[in-house]
Design a protein around this ligand. Sequence first.
Ligand code: MG
Length: 163
Amino acid sequence: MLSKTMQDALNEQINKEYFSAYLYLSMSAYFESVNLPGSAKWMRAQHGEEQEHALKFFDYVNDRGGRVTLKAIEQPQVEFKSPVATWEMVLEHEKKVTASIHKLYEIALAEKDYATQSLLKWFIDEQVEEEKNATQMVERFKQAGEHPSTLLLLDGHFTKHGE
Ligand code: MG
């Protein structure tokens, strides 16, 4: 059985994962509005992935005999300064998520909750991947600069290959 502290923290994380999904969907809408459909597609896929993360925690809380409590999802930012600034925001956001996962792990360690530690190891590895991808996108878009033709070319790559 999950402790109350652990359960509350996991419920909080479910909300954070849904906020991530919502934020990335908002970014997808922004990229659509500036005619970068490849980036929009990427963000839409991220939206799906974040929902899967939320459901992974959802299932886990239930599997451990806990009680899931869903909270209101905060409104995400709607306007973004530029494509590069948006990717930089993704990286910053993923760093926050990493810190949040690490905090959960610290609670699981303190409570000697080995099952939760095991679940969180998957998320710790996943965050390494998320930060790596976001860093790559920031670098690529920085290289492309503000030139519409270069941006379109880079974006077109994501339309075709998805990454
Ligand atoms: Mg996530």
